[in-house]
Design a protein around this ligand. Structure first.
Ligand code: NAD
Ligand code: MG
Length: 386
């Protein structure tokens, strides 16, 4: 049985692991479309290797280069935001959304509107527009399957028929590279330090989000969108070994967990093959070797991003969108060397103070708030950079 598949963000960490699974399972998937932000050579090479029918690059200035790179291959090419939407709208049964940031929103909506089975890695889309995306998924019969390891774990242990029996969702967090550092010790850290994740190897943005614990904050908001559990029943526990990927606690006191080695191909394969399970080359869990699992409460004072995200989740409406947009700008400014690591939470806090939040019900509203929050965050960055 062959399923058609589209991968948005195919040149990134998650996207290339999805392509690795395609290559390891000949005949299982036929690749309809793949996309990338701006890396034309990598996208063209991936398109040829997986036999995609369409390859689209987000940067509109790279259209000619994309065409040249695919000349003679028979693979169609496109460039610009509309080409990304076209990639998602083309007929593929399964779509993996592995774009980083709110840039994934419009293409994800295109896949949702045709009722596809969607493996969502692109958490920022659910953070900035969760209620709009999930309502559209219900209306169009799209299936949303979490690729994020924590949410994939919860999906696997969640009683979808009796959600009221779940008393608590407990997200595990590795704690990131600065888990044991004081604020003073975090002040001068470099981008390379922040990207040195103790457990997972991932793209730069999510690695830095893991260092500030904003990643766990975004994941709380993501969980609130994916699972019908009230926000006060979402919890976070730091678990440095990242063996337990997350847990659901039931009304009888039973706690169900999903465990595994930290290899994203496990949740990616789950979302790509669902409702089946397929073999993956991920290393097997050796608990005797690991010997010890540790847990500690998250420290909201040393990691204010988690507190800010928690507050934005409780506030609801456009607050998560503002938080996410400010964080994207702040992280980009940190990567560019414009501000320091501790400026990230300061920029997010300043933006949330400055941009009023309210209800949102359409994608257009989300996009307008996202733009306003980016402008305010940019101003906060300039102020701190000066
Ligand atoms: P990455 O930076 O490695 O890859 C991002 C992909 O998106 C690349 O293909 C890039 O070309 C494309 N892209 C970048 N900017 C774009 C834009 N403006 N428009 C269109 N495409 C653009 O990121 P990643 O680590 O693979 O993460 C992707 C998503 O998956 C993120 O939302 C992240 O939070 C989530 N996620 C990643 C991991 C992981 O292990 N890497 C785990 C859980 C969740
Ligand atoms: Mg995660």
């Amino acid at each position: 049985m062959t399923a058609s598949l589209t991968i948005l963000g195919a040149t990134g960490s998650v996207g290339s692991q999805a392509l690795d699974l395609v290559a390891r399972n000949p005949g299982r998937w036929r690749v309809e479309a793949i996309t990338a932000g701006s890396d034309v050579p990598a996208l063209a090479a991936a398109a040829v290797a997986c036999g995609a029918r369409f390859a689209a690059v987000a940067d509109p200035a790279r259209g000619a280069a994309m065409k040249d790179a695919l000349a003679g291959t028979g693979i169609e090419s496109g460039a610009g935001p509309e080409a990304l939407v076209e990639a998602a709208a083309r007929d593929a049964e399964v779509v993996i959304t592995a774009i980083v940031g709110a840039a994934g929103l419009a293409p994800t909506m295109a896949a949702v509107k045709r009722g596809a089975q969607i493996g969502i890695a692109n958490k920022e889309t659910l953070v900035c527009a969760g209620p709009v995306v999930t309502a559209a998924a219900r209306a169009h019969g799209a299936t949303l399957l979490p690729v994020d390891s924590e949410h994939n774990a919860i999906f696997q242990v969640f009683d979808h028929a009796r959600p009221d029996r779940v008393e608590k969702i407990i997200l595990t967090a590795s704690g990131g590279p600065f888990r044991t550092r004081s604020r003073a010790e975090m002040r001068g850290v470099s981008v390379a330090d922040a990207c040195k994740h103790p457990v997972w190897s991932m793209g730069a943005k999510i690695s830095i989000d893991s260092a500030t614990l904003m990643n766990k904050g975004l994941e709380l908001i993501e969980a609130a969108q994916l699972f019908p559990v009230p926000v006060e029943r979402l919890a976070v526990i730091v678990h440095p070994q990242s063996v337990i990927h997350s847990m659901a606690e039931y009304v009888d006191g039973s706690v169900l967990a999903q465990l595994g080695t930290p290899d994203m191909r496990i949740p990616i394969a789950y979302a790509m093959a669902w409702p089946e399970r397929i073999a993956t080359p991920a290393a097997r869990l050796n608990l005797a070797e690991i010997a010890r699992l540790e847990f500690e409460a998250p420290d909201l004072e040393r990691f204010p991003c988690l507190a800010l995200a928690w507050a934005a989740m409780r506030a609801g409406g456009s607050a998560p969108c503002i938080l996410n947009a400010a964080n994207e700008i702040a992280v980009a400014a940190f990567i560019a060397g414009k501000v320091g690591f501790l400026d990230i939470d300061a920029v997010v806090a300043a933006t949330l103070d400055h941009v009023p939040s309210g209800p949102v019900s359409t994608i257009e509203e989300v996009m307008a708030i996202d733009a306003a929050a980016r402008a305010a965050a940019m101003a906060a960055v300039e102020k701190r950079a000066a």
